[in-house]
Design a binder for this molecule. Structure first.
Ligand code: HEC
Length: 148
């Protein structure tokens, strides 16, 4: 009896793990049309990103001009910036691993890596919130260029 119930438990646990890992693995594009993801992403954005990227995604003033110390201000994530010129996976990795992943380990930036602060799901959610704010024409351009 004991053996049976343990067997059931581990089968359930295994099923849960398989489900968990496949749902994690499946997320490779920004779920910008999924309202629960957008709502969750808005909260992540306000807590972790708005201080630099702006409460309306407008970025910091003079965002293209590096400071005397060599740091760029935070760019906008709205349609005036270049966020929408990048593929989903790149935006994900940029947020997860920081700019150094693309610009080299020595690159100096104020943008943190979120690897140890946000889950992968939360990163996709915050990107969903960002993409959901773009005008429809920009969303379509982005999707047609990159999403699979
Ligand atoms: C401390 C300020 C700061 C915070 C907080 C911050 N960023 Fe950034 N972010 C930057 C800066 C500065 C850049 C430009 C990178 C550089 O230094 O060259 C950037 C760039 C980016 C880019 C690349 C944008 C593009 O147009 O290519 C993405 C994507 C991004 N940030 C996402 C996020 C997300 C998502 C969050 C919140 C989870 C966040 N950032 C929080 C400062 C910040």
């Amino acid at each position: 009896m004991k053996f049976v119930s343990l067997g059931l438990l581990s089968a359930a646990t295994l099923a849960g793990l398989v489900f968990w890992s496949s749902s994690q693995a499946e997320m490779t594009s920004i779920p910008y049309q999924d309202s629960p993801s957008i709502t969750a992403g808005k909260a992540v954005y306000e807590a972790h990103c708005a201080a630099c990227h702006g409460d309306k995604l407008q970025g910091q003033a003079n965002w293209q001009i590096r400071s005397a110390e060599g740091y760029l201000p935070a760019p906008p994530h709205d349609e005036t910036g270049h966020t929408w010129h990048h593929p989903d996976q790149m935006l994900f990795e940029f947020t997860k691993y920081g700019p150094q992943k693309f610009a080299g380990a020595d690159y100096r930036s104020i943008m943190p890596a979120y690897e140890n602060r946000l889950s992968d799901t939360e990163i996709w959610q915050v990107l969903a919130y960002i993409k959901a704010q773009w005008p429809e024409s920009i969303q379509t351009k982005h999707t047609e260029a990159f999403a699979r």
